[in-house]
Structures are given as C-alpha cells and as structure tokens.
Design a protein around this ligand. Structure first.
Ligand code: PGA
Length: 256
C-alpha cells in the first residue's frame, strides 16, 4: 500500500483527479471503476475542470460503478444513477452507452449480477478503481463479514451504513435495506486502486485498514493484498496511524 498523507481534502482530490485524467490522457479508452458518497464529489468536480481546461476527452472511456440501492427508482435524487449524472456524466463528453451503474430493479438479480461481471470482463477489466471507505470498513456495499472473494451480488445494508446515509433520504426508514454491489473479489481484480478518506471520523477505520490484520470484519483491510493501491488521506483521517511519520518519509523519498 502506498499511504499518501496530504494536507487537506483539496490536495487529496486534486491528486486523485490527476491520476485518473492522466490515465485517460495516456489511454483514451480506459476503463474506470467509480464510487459514490461524499468522498469523491470534489474529485469529480476536478475531473470536470481538467476536462474543460485541458480538453481531456471521456468519449471512449468506459465506466463501471461499484453499487446502487436495490428497489429505488433510478430517477430518485438519491440513487447512485442520479449522483453520477449530477457530479460527472452530464458534465463531460462521455458516451452514455459506455456508462454502467448496477440496476436498481433488475428482473432477475442473479442474472443481472452475472451480466455485470461479464460486462467488466468484456471491457478488458478495470484499469483504475476509485473507492471511499465506510465508517464500518466497507468498500462498495461489501459490509463487514462479506466474503473476501465475493462477486457482484445483493447485500443487506447494516444499521451503521443506513444511519451514515440517512442525510440523503431524510430518515433512516427511507434508506433502502438492500443494495447491489460489486464483490470484493471483483474490486481486487482492478489493475490499480485509489482509496480516499477525509476527517477524524474516518481515522480509526483507516488505521484498521492499513495497520490492522486482514479480516472480513474490516473489508477494506483486504487491500493490503493488492499490488497497486494508493491510500490518499488528509491529516485528520491519518491522525490515528501509528506509523504516520514512516508513511510520510516514504512519500517524501518515493522514486519518480
Ligand atoms: P462517504 O462514504 O464517502 O459518504 O464517507 C464512503 C462509503 O460508504 O464508501
């Protein structure tokens, strides 16, 4: 794991946006794995700015989102379909046919999930996967005790996740109980992974992800097994790390 502790959220988002747009510059038909939640919003804003100012085109890019609430209307303002249109897809020149977000109401869930996995495979696999981390250590909606080898499927959302996401729906009762999510095994096949976290609220789970044991109780800890992960965090999210000074020293001396 490369642990990059940057000054603040702005620097983290700029770093992630640069990594993604640099990839698109060098590989115009790149396959991007995308995330929702509060964490990547500013990264998307910066990708839009770079698209406008530096004419980086998304026309041949393919995208696969991690997850979507199950049973919600895709036009619901808090669906992840709506989120992605609002923050990224409507603001760049992406071909809507190249955009994939799990269906919220598939006729047959198992068939849909197998189809989604196959679409990722047909696209050549994900070049770079952007992730946030849930307060309980989830990645995508792979809640604690998810199999570390899991594939795209339907999951029951924990009380913690539904509470954390209440702000989007008003009350916890309105937050869907289920979601369709890429599996941990699916995420681990991405060629590169960026995981971001900001603020003291994430400090303890970030410590568990980086410095704790690999365990299904903290799904993000499995990223210790991936050969190309960048953990991009602000000072607050890094505040509980035991070896913080070591990560900074490695960063300062990284080869170019
Ligand atoms: P957040 O969510 O970006 O809203 O903190 C992260 C996640 O649940 O994966």
């Amino acid at each position: 794991m490369d642990v990059f502790i940057l000054k603040n959220e702005d620097e983290c988002s700029e770093y992630a946006a640069r990594m993604i747009t640099d990839l698109v510059k060098s590989k115009p038909n790149a396959v991007l794995g995308l995330a929702t939640g509060r964490t990547p919003i500013d990264t998307y804003a910066r990708m839009v700015r770079i698209h406008n100012e530096e004419h980086v085109s998304f026309k041949d890019v393919k995208t696969f989102n991690l997850d979507e609430y199950y049973g919600i209307d895709e036009s619901h303002p808090s669906s992840y379909h709506s989120f992605m249109q609002k923050h990224l897809f409507s603001k760049v020149d992406i071909n809507q046919e190249n955009v994939h977000v799990p269906s919220s109401k598939p006729q047959n869930v198992a068939e849909f999930c197998a189809w989604y996995e196959n679409e990722i495979k047909k696209a050549g696999g994900i070049d770079i996967q952007l992730l946030g981390i849930g307060g309980n250590g989830h990645i995508g909606f792979n809640e604690p005790t998810s199999s570390l080898a899991s594939r795209t499927r339907i999951k029951v959302l924990t009380e913690k996740t539904r509470t954390d996401n209440t702000f989007d729906f008003g009350t916890i009762e309105k937050v869907p109980m289920h979601a369709i999510t890429m599996g941990i095994g699916t995420i681990m096949e991405s060629r590169q992974i960026i995981i971001m976290a900001f603020g003291t609220k994430k400090a303890d789970i970030v410590r568990q992800m980086i410095e704790g044991p690999v365990t299904a109780l903290v799904p993000a800890s499995v990223l210790q097994m991936h050969p190309s992960v960048k953990v991009i965090i602000d000072e607050d999210a890094a505040s509980a790390l035991e070896r913080k000074e070591y990560y900074k020293w490695v960063f300062d001396n990284r080869p170019n």
